[in-house]
Design a protein around this ligand. Structure first.
Ligand SMILES: NC(=O)c1ccc[n+]([C@@H]2O[C@H](COP(=O)([O-])OP(=O)(O)OC[C@H]3O[C@@H](n4cnc5c(N)ncnc54)[C@H](O)[C@@H]3O)[C@@H](O)[C@H]2O)c1
Length: 259
């Protein structure tokens, strides 16, 4: 049977190591027949290159700091030359400085808030629009969310950035829909990735999942998120855009503890 993404070309941002949600998406997309390119940036570039070597075939790694418009332009030029067309983008990028996380909500100053919003929410618009001319009807952009409908312990300004990401994805769905481009978010449960490690107190949220989710959740396993991302690049969600798909074993739908 042909893979779900046979013939599709997908840019995957946000791969650091095997724990990254984007790594799981990259591996599964490759298994399903997609040709992929990874992006990495700054000091993390070498980690991304090491992860690329674990994939078969080994994808190219492009330099992309989502806050730099010139980087986005260079990636668009590279992909145009390489592929001529892009069928999918994984936006798996988030950043907040230490003073914007871990209980510092009331004292965080605007420059740190602005940095979190820029890298974690505005970048979805910047990247989608930067590659827009390479995407034809049927193309799909998928971002990664942590449910922003409530205020979590420790998540602080990253939670506000995720609320902005959710809204940004809906506006993108509105503006890119007429071009046939779909924009959706996958809202995953808590995972033990490098990004999560940098949030002091985030492990408290993991315990909540054990108590309140009807299905069981494994914090070291990003594959459920990866599977959802890959399925959203397939032709099996042609009528879904501006949507937030929960891959959280039902946590968000429960009103109280199960156990
Ligand atoms: N880990 C969790 O519990 C969890 C849960 C739900 C959603 N998410 C979201 O999933 C996404 C991926 O995070 P992850 O948990 O796999 O961690 P990760 O640390 O593996 O990935 C975060 C990525 O963001 C990249 N990044 C940060 N600033 C960037 C910039 N300016 N330009 C380009 N890339 C930049 C990092 O290089 C890294 O690859 C994030 O949006 C995160 O908020 C994480």
């Amino acid at each position: 049977m042909a893979g779900l993404l046979e013939g599709k070309k997908v840019l995957v941002t946000g791969v650091l190591d095997r724990r990254s949600i984007a790594y799981s998406a990259a591996r599964l997309a490759t298994e399903q027949g997609a040709e992929i390119a990874l992006s990495g940036f700054g000091r993390a570039m070498s980690l991304t290159q090491r992860s690329a070597k674990r994939l078969d075939p080994e994808p190219p790694v492009l330099e992309l700091d989502v806050n730099k418009p010139e980087n986005i332009r260079t990636v668009a030029e590279d992909l145009e030359e390489r592929w001529g067309e892009v069928h999918g983008i994984v936006h798996s990028v988030a950043f907040a400085s230490e003073d914007a996380l871990g209980g510092n909500f009331l004292s965080t100053e605007w420059p740190s808030v602005a940095a979190a919003l820029e890298a974690s929410a505005y970048s979805l618009k910047a990247l989608s629009v930067g590659l827009m001319d390479l995407m034809k009807p049927g193309a799909s952009v998928v971002g990664l969310d942590f449910d922003a409908s409530v205020a979590w312990p420790a998540y602080d300004w990253m939670g506000v950035a995720k609320a902005a990401l959710e809204s940004t994805s809906r506006y993108l769905a509105r503006y890119l829909g007429p071009k046939g481009i779909r924009i959706n978010l996958v809202s995953a449960g808590p995972l033990k990735t490098l990004a999560a490690k940098s949030i002091p107190g985030f492990e408290g949220i993991e315990g909540e999942w054990e108590r309140q989710a009807p299905l069981s959740w494994s914090t070291p396993d990003p594959e459920p998120g990866g599977r959802a991302i890959v399925s959203l690049f397939s032709d099996w969600w042609p009528a879904t855009t501006g949507e937030l798909i929960h891959v959280d074993v039902g946590y968000h739908a429960m009103g109280g503890p199960i156990k």
